[in-house]
Design a binder for this molecule. Structure first.
Ligand code: GLY
Length: 326
């Protein structure tokens, strides 16, 4: 069996993609590769949007969402997990060990405990400090959004720190009253004999309203895999992705005969048409056809992705940016 094709959001996924290629994880089962890459991000404190290190909600509580998918029949998701870090693994347990497709909140934590997953405090010191700073800014008391800041991938300068001060500062007339941006690790994997799988994991929007769940654990929104037509994963502003069912929309376009690149571009254009975009809004989409043809696009600059294959792993710029220079 040859090297699998691995496609992952954001440059912070590079070390995990490299490790999976070195260890030859996922040669037989592409979901093993997806899970290994998401799990590494979940354990890494420097990644401020996933797992340990993920920024908490407005009340200072970290809640995690994740999803895995092989096909419309075979998928699993969890949301609002508060006491367990290994949410991608937990989503896979939902898929493999329960009749359900999604388990939420305390019940998901109970399922994790039942299957022996380690209970963990999810709030990292760096995330606690960021939350205190946000609380002190007065925005919490006034229920005001954050100043313009969107996830901005600075690659080697600060891998994982997508929301660090100055990372994606937006400027201009609508730079006030914006929520901070957020992102997700999303991974698509294809074995050399053409089997597909995907996974994604996130702590969601920084300082989100308690109880808010984004696109990542929602089938067809943050992730969709259909062995017959292809797979897509999204990152960025969950509400834009949810409202447009972006991952499923991309696969429907593949089914209609478009290439991965055109399918992804059309979904971005659909989002652009359906929403009044603000400067902090960012969405990245990776689409892959069953034959391995793939592309990644984004609404704005600052999105990067990682490709891993028999030539190794590398960080890439998106093939297409809908609003270049923004
Ligand atoms: N894209 C992750 C979220 O909005 O929660």
């Amino acid at each position: 069996m040859g090297t699998p094709l691995l496609l992952a959001t954001w440059s912070f996924s590079l070390p995990a993609v490299q490790r999976v290629l070195e260890l030859r994880t996922g040669l037989e089962d592409p979901l093993d590769a997806c899970e290994a890459i998401c799990s590494e991000a979940e354990r890494t404190e420097d990644v401020d949007s996933v797992g340990y290190g993920g920024l908490p909600d407005a009340s200072g509580v970290v809640t995690l969402d994740a999803m895995v998918m092989r096909s419309p029949r075979e998928n699993g998701a969890v949301c609002c997990v508060q006491d367990h870090l290994e949410v991608t693994r937990l989503a896979r347990l939902v898929m493999d060990r329960t009749p359900s497709m999604m388990i939420a909140g305390a019940a998901a934590d109970r399922l994790a405990a039942t299957h022996g997953l380690e209970e963990r405090v999810l709030l990292a010191p760096s995330a606690r400090e960021a939350w205190f700073e946000w609380s002190r800014s007065g925005r919490k008391r006034a229920h005001r959004p954050e100043p313009g800041l969107r996830p901005h991938d600075r690659g080697r300068d600060a891998p994982g720190a997508l929301f660090a001060p100055g990372a994606g500062e937006a400027s201009g007339p609508d730079s006030e009253d914006r929520w901070r941006y957020h992102d997700t690790i999303g991974v698509l994997a294809r074995t050399s004999d053409g089997r597909l799988a995907g996974a994604c994991s996130t702590s969601g929007m920084p300082f989100k309203p308690p109880g808010r769940v984004g696109d990542s654990p929602m089938i067809g929104q943050g992730l969709y895999v259909d062995p017959e037509w292809g797979m897509a994963v999204c990152t960025g502003e969950g509400e834009l992705i949810m409202g447009s069912c972006a991952a499923h929309a991309a696969i429907e376009r593949l089914r209609g005969g478009l290439t991965p690149d055109h399918a992804a571009r059309e979904v971005l254009e659909r989002i652009d048409h359906a929403f009044e975009l603000e400067k902090h809004h960012q969405v990245g989409i990776i689409v892959c056809a069953p034959d391995g043809a793939h592309s990644a696009v984004s609404l704005r600059e600052g999105f990067r992705w990682v490709v891993g294959d028999d030539r190794g792993a590398r960080v890439m710029e998106p093939e297409f940016v809908l609003h270049p220079g923004t």
